[in-house]
Design a protein around this ligand. Structure first.
Ligand code: C2E
Ligand code: SIN
Ligand code: SIN
Ligand code: FE
Ligand code: FE
Length: 404
């Protein structure tokens, strides 16, 4: 039986959550929100989301209140695990059969079930998995986009208990909305990657992995910086959503630069570099008719990602994107440069230095970190540098996840 009062409260909550979910754009932000809300509704200590790919189920998102209240959780997000779609594992079974599974104790699954619990994660982390609830993430048209796995339902005292009947009814309803949001998030990410592939046809250094890395660095640097400032978690989540997508587009304006310059295998002359200085303006023009927060942030980042904290960057103040020349207006410095652009400036240079370019070799990590520290307060915002240095473990995980 469903407790009616509880069901009613859940319905109101349910409506608020699904509406809110529709406002998120980026796939990572959507997965974060889905798992957070599903775990709230189910009072689950932990959970993961796997997304369906050709090769199998890609482990794509994880939260764990007991283990991860620090960078460790974020490092896990960039791991690269694929589970086969077969009935041997719990999530594999869920994907293969389209049926959710509720397990009261992972260590005593009835022998007549085909699937087994894989204790590897518990063994490595010291975590203890008891109850498990898996839910196929299916749209109303029955397209499966992935699997959600919730772990360890808790009673009010925090003891691990089986998932109750109410949860087992509500979570699959939520899963329909979640699946739609995930489809939208994947589409948004792919549209941006496609836009970048067009730019890549012009500039082979602006590759998919490069823009995915820059997007991830910016999102994580922002989260660290905003957390230190004590910004409200809800606001952090929203801005993190936008900055990941917007920063991926920072160099899309290179599409407007002639091949003679863009593909030159050696150093640019100062005249050629003056032409190069138009790329932020070309990019910003694509977002000139701003109709959303994402457009505004994409324009700010595109236009100002080569500004420097000490005022020596470009293009400086541009009032009219179709008339003003880079380098002729007021030079922007410090907090006149929008925060997302200050963050992207560091992420972009870090990635450029760590990569080989036709005109330069990849630098050693030592040399990069020395340079970035030296440029704190000159090229870069010191607060951004400090947040970046705090999260070197996450930065390394991102580099591993999105290799060239
Ligand atoms: P990019 O290659 O993506 O580099 C982005 C930024 O990373 C550069 O902005 C610069 O701040 C930093 N960076 C990259 N390589 C080096 C380096 O070897 N040393 C140092 N100290 N910093 C580096 P910047 O300078 O405004 O350049 C913007 C874009 O202009 C570059 O994007 C690249 O597409 C082009 N570019 C810049 N210099 C040259 C060059 O000498 N030859 C060619 N072919 N292209 C260049
Ligand atoms: C997805 O399938 O999660 C979107 C692309 C990606 O981030 O890998
Ligand atoms: C902001 O958070 O965007 C304003 C403050 C700053 O630019 O650092
Ligand atoms: Fe650029
Ligand atoms: Fe770039």
């Amino acid at each position: 039986m469903i407790d009616e009062r509880f069901a009613y409260d859940n319905l109101e909550e349910f409506q608020r959550v699904t509406q809110e979910l529709n406002t998120y754009k980026d796939i990572d932000a959507i997965l974060d929100k889905i798992l957070l809300e599903a775990r709230n509704m189910a009072r689950a200590d932990a959970g993961s989301i796997f997304l369906l790919e050709d090769k199998g189920l890609r482990f794509r998102y994880v939260q764990n209140d007991t283990l991860f209240n620090n960078n460790k959780g974020i490092v896990e997000l960039y791991s690269d695990l694929i589970v086969p779609i077969d009935t041997n594992s719990i999530v594999g079974y869920t994907a293969a059969t389209g049926k959710g599974v509720a397990i009261d104790d992972a260590y005593s699954i009835p022998k007549n079930q085909p699937y087994r619990f894989n204790p590897e994660f518990d063994e490595q982390s010291g975590y203890h998995t008891r109850s498990v609830l898996t839910i196929p993430l299916q749209t109303l048209e029955a397209r499966t986009v992935g699997i959600m796995e919730l772990i360890n339902a808790k009673d009010l005292k925090g003891n691990y208990i089986p998932f109750d009947r109410t949860t087992r009814i509500f979570i699959p309803l939520f899963a329909n909305h979640a699946a739609l949001a995930i489809e939208r998030g994947i589409m948004n990410r792919e549209l941006i990657l496609r836009m970048m592939r067009m730019a890549e046809l012009r500039d082979p250094t602006e590759t998919g992995p490069h823009v995915q890395r820059v997007g991830a660095y910016c999102a994580e640097i922002f989260q660290q910086l905003a957390g230190k400032r004590g910004i409200d978690p809800q606001k952090i989540r929203r801005t993190k959503d936008l900055i990941r997508l917007a920063s991926m587009l920072h160099d899309v304006g290179k599409i407007g630069i002639h091949d003679n310059i863009l593909k030159k295998p050696d150093k640019l002359t100062s005249r050629e570099f003056d032409t190069m200085k138009w790329h932020p303006v070309h990019g910003a023009r694509l977002f000139a008719n701003t109709t959303s927060d994402l457009d505004v942030m994409s324009r700010d980042i595109s236009l100002h990602h080569h500004e420097k904290w000490d005022g020596s960057g470009y293009p400086g103040k541009i009032d009219n994107l179709w008339a003003d020349m880079p380098g002729t207006g007021h030079q922007l410095k410090e907090k006149e440069i929008p925060l997302p652009a200050r963050i992207t400036a560091l992420a972009d240079v870090f990635d450029a230095l760590a990569s080989r370019r036709s005109y330069k070799k990849a630098w050693s990590e030592d040399r990069i970190l020395t340079t970035i520290s030296r440029e704190s307060g000159r090229h870069f915002d010191p607060e951004v540098v400090s947040a970046f240095l705090d999260i070197q473990d996450i930065i390394a995980a991102i580099q591993k996840r999105y290799k060239d």
